[in-house]
Design a protein around this ligand. Structure first.
Ligand code: ANZ
Ligand code: ZN
Length: 810
């Protein structure tokens, strides 16, 4: 018997599988694209990548054994700032840096032993890929879904580029930590707001974690309300406000405008404290949106003296202010302030007490009075003229109708979502395929002239005035206008890398196509993606952008699906052994390559599966990996001994029960993505088999084969080696079907348990009969639906009627 030596067998099988094209997918079959987020080309695979790809691969192998034509694609998200920064620092080119990283990461990815379909690999920085990123941009441009517009942007003065809101962390650039400034710039944008309703309404039908759905809804921030006009006294001007609480309008005791609101400019001649006002405006302009929205921050503002507005409901004259907590680009950039019922307005009115901003209660709530907080809930209207006595809900409808009749208001929906700014003033991205002609304006590059290739440069520092380094590429820059033939210039902005990654999964279906971004028939066979696995940090941007691009392409009939990812699984984060996020500065980074050298890829893969539910975060634990390694050694020795003993005669019923139950349980676990219990199942199975053999039972070869098949998705190299070399098979274990089980041998009944929260039925769950209270508690609290209700709340009581009902009191 030989000793288990992963170093010897793993490389061998990886090479052989690749040579025999074991995981190269054909288009026909029961197709299943098992998508895991592709890596950014940072140069190194870290624990998070290993976690994602090894666990995803377990599922992929299981599906393949169950008759699916599984595609496990892989690629590289290869454009982006770090390449450029590294190039500047190390005096090389972003291209070289990226290509080196790709080749290093390819080696690392291969060492996982995952069933990646390598010939389908995509590299978003390759001209054969970004040609189609550019083509998609042009299609959207043609339909008015890409446009150029003036916008206030976050600007990093060090990286000299525009940042998305999400790339600003605590007012600083996510990448380099420099405080972010605000600038007005003309930028290329995608009209994602045109799809806001669809993006909200169509997410419910998807099989996604509720947390991800909620994150997108909050991000889009749709709210339904009304607009109303407040006349500015002694002028022909009006301030139009957007409110979700028009029922409180009788309590509106002043108006607040965003500092950038055009009315301020228009009313200048009437403002008596103009100097103070202008000073305030200048200060506000330097803050980011997030700083301005911050709830904790003390509210500041300044009154526009000499100006007053008129409350349209009761004719009262009220003062007009500007304050930076009112955002210029949300709603109408103006709010009616109701200090009695809005906390921000309340704090503001208290702060500027000396101006006597009245706090006028117009909503009654049973037994509640305004103390040191506004009364924000719905209630019954008081002091509200003819609307007194209505509920808030009825009043919102009636008051809006009243305003509408008078022509000074209407129902209105607004979204917090802004259009997607895709311009980046950087080099290492897909050039925006536009030509700027003095006579004809912005002209699209002709489709036959795509790709607009990145020119070779030596200097990647941004050009003064915030222009992309491409502004330095003299020769590349000068082209003829495709419309009039006169000398013109290329656009020098490149695209946000989120554009590249918004469609990469489509390219996997047809990665070499040079006539289309992907063939329609091929997309029909593979898309939409049935399961997408990735990190929860992508709940909003990447996932939202990909949904938008799918919807936009669908609207222009380029794809047939309207949602790209039918289900989504968010994996957890692997922390350092100290339970903190792994980082070089903390010195708690565990390098997966080193672990592979010590234990082999099979152990590392299996250990990830074993750590716990895929969705949760874990601290790296070296005991657990030792344990997994010992288990694989035992499995190796157990099967290896088969040859020594030459066992032959059939085993008794006891073995059949053990094995049939294992097939079902391990299969069910993998199918429902509960990989950790799958591994425990395997451990249990091996224990039982070892015991039985210890009691002098004899196993037939079929039992050994079975054990290996169940092990194959988790430890593919070990299983293959034993399958071929010890049990003497000729065809790869990874092409074998998943074993079937005999239902009759697994007699344990299943029951359906009703789950209630505070007495209301919220969910049902099928479980094995006879679970204990602790067992059912784990099952119940792990359910997405239940988590939504329970998370952050205290469980007062957990009532269990065995096999029938659970009631959680919170
Ligand atoms: C009066 C009012 C009374 C309000 C009340 C709330 C409570 P969401 O739900 O997020 O859409 N608002 C409107 N435009 C704003 C802007 N540009 N910047 C900051 N705040 C703005 O919030 C809508 C509410 O946010 C609106 O309803 C308005 O305040 C404020 F008892 O109007 B409300
Ligand atoms: Zn022209």
């Amino acid at each position: 018997m030989t000793k288990y030596n992963p170093a010897k067998i793993e490389k061998k099988w990886q090479k052989r599988w690749e040579k025999e094209k074991l995981y190269e997918t054909k288009d026909m079959g029961k197709n299943f694209m098992l998508l895991a987020e592709f890596p950014y080309t940072s140069g190194n695979l870290h624990m998070g990548h290993w976690f994602t790809y090894s666990v995803t691969d377990i599922y992929g192998r299981y599906l393949r054994m169950n008759g699916y034509n599984v595609m496990c694609p892989i690629g590289f998200d290869a454009f982006g700032l770090p390449a450029e920064n590294a190039a500047i620092k190390n005096n090389t080119s972003p291209e070289k840096w990226t290509k080196q990283n790709i080749s290093r990461m390819t080696k690392q990815l291969k060492s996982i032993g995952a069933s990646f379909d390598w010939p389908r690999v995509v590299d978003t920085s390759d001209p054969s890929y970004y040609k189609w990123t550019q083509w998609i941009f042009l299609k959207l441009y043609e339909k008015g879904l890409a446009y150029r517009g003036e916008t206030r942007v976050n600007w990093c003065p060090k990286d000299k580029t525009v940042l998305a809101n999400e790339q600003v962390v605590d007012g600083r650039c996510e990448r380099c930590g420099t405080p972010v400034e605000q600038r007005e710039l003309t930028q290329w944008m995608f009209r994602i707001t045109a799809f806001a309703d669809a993006l909200v309404d169509e997410i419910d039908a998807l099989d996604w974690p509720e947390t991800a759905k909620l994150a997108q809804k909050n991000w889009i921030g749709r709210s339904e309300g009304a607009i109303a006009e407040f006349k500015i006294d002694n002028t022909d001007k009006v301030a139009e406000v957007f409110t979700t609480r028009i029922d409180t309008i009788f309590g509106a005791t002043y108006i607040v405008l965003a500092p950038e609101h055009p009315l301020v400019e228009n009313l200048k001649s009437k403002i008596s404290n103009l100097k103070d006002v202008e000073e305030y405006i200048n200060k506000a302009k330097r803050k980011t949106e997030l700083q301005r929205m911050s709830e904790e921050k003390e509210k500041t503002g300044v009154e526009l003296k000499g100006i007053s507005a008129i409350n349209p409901m009761n004719g009262e004259k009220i003062s007009v202010w500007i304050a930076d907590y009112v955002l210029a680009h949300y709603g109408t950039g103006a709010v009616m302030a109701v200090p009695a019922h809005d906390q921000r307005d309340y704090e503001f009115a208290k702060k500027y007490k000396k101006y006597k901003l009245a706090i006028k209660q117009v909503i009654n709530l049973a037994n509640e009075e305004i103390g040191d907080k506004a009364l924000e809930e719905d209630g019954e209207l008081v002091d509200s003229g003819e609307f007194t006595g209505l509920t808030s809900k009825d009043a919102r409808k009636k008051i809006t109708e009243w305003l509408k009749e008078k022509g000074i208001g209407n129902f209105e929906k607004r979204c917090r979502l802004h259009d997607w700014i895709l311009s980046r003033q950087r080099y290492w991205g897909a050039p925006i395929p536009i030509i700027n002609c003095k006579g004809c304006g912005y002209q699209p590059v002709l489709a036959e002239d795509l790709p607009v290739k990145l020119p070779k440069l030596t200097d990647f520092l941004p050009v003064e005035g915030g222009k992309s380094p491409l502004a330095r590429a003299g020769k590349w820059l000068k082209v003829k206008c495709p419309n009039c033939g006169q000398p013109a210039e290329r656009e020098t902005d490149t695209m946000d890398t989120f554009v590249d990654s918004s469609w990469y999964f489509m390219r996997y279906t047809d990665p070499k196509n040079d006539q289309a971004f992907a063939d329609k028939e091929k997309m029909r066979r593979w898309l939409p993606v049935p399961l997408y696995i990735g990190g929860r940090e992508h709940n909003t941007m990447h996932l939202l952008y990909a949904r938008f691009i799918a919807k936009a392409l669908n609207r222009i009939s380029l794809v047939e699906f309207n949602e790209p990812f039918l289900s989504r699984l968010n994996h957890g984060v692997i922390m350092g052994p100290d339970g903190k996020r792994m980082s070089k500065s903390r010195g708690n980074v565990v390098d997966p390559d080193a672990e592979v050298l010590k234990f082999g890829a099979d152990t590392v893969r299996m250990n990830f599966a074993f750590m716990g539910p895929f969705e949760q975060d874990y601290a790296w634990n070296s005991d657990s990996i030792q344990g997994t390694y010992r288990f694989l050694n035992r499995a190796w020795n157990f099967v290896s001994r088969y040859e020594d003993k030459k066992l032959s005669v059939a085993a008794g019923k006891e073995i059949d029960v053990v094995i049939n139950r294992a097939i079902k349980e391990i299969g069910d676990d993998i199918k429902s993505l509960k990989f950790n219990t799958g591994v425990s199942g395997l451990m249990k199975l091996l224990n039982s088999l070892e015991e039985l053999v210890g009691q002098d039972y004899k196993l037939e070869i079929g039992n050994y084969k079975l054990l290996l098949k169940l092990l194959a998705p988790f430890a593919p190299h070990l299983a293959e080696e034993l399958w071929m070399k010890v049990l003497g098979n000729k065809e790869s274990i990874h092409l074998q079907p998943w074993p079937e089980y005999d239902e009759a041998l697994i007699t344990e009944a299943e029951v359906t348990v009703v789950i209630q929260i505070n007495g209301k039925v919220r969910d049902l769950v099928k479980v094995r009969a006879g679970l204990s209270e602790n067992e059912i508690r784990d099952v119940v609290l792990d359910r997405e639906k239940i988590k939504l209700f329970v998370s952050g709340k205290k469980i007062k009581k957990f009532i269990y009627v065995p096999d029938k009902l659970v009631n959680i009191v919170i």
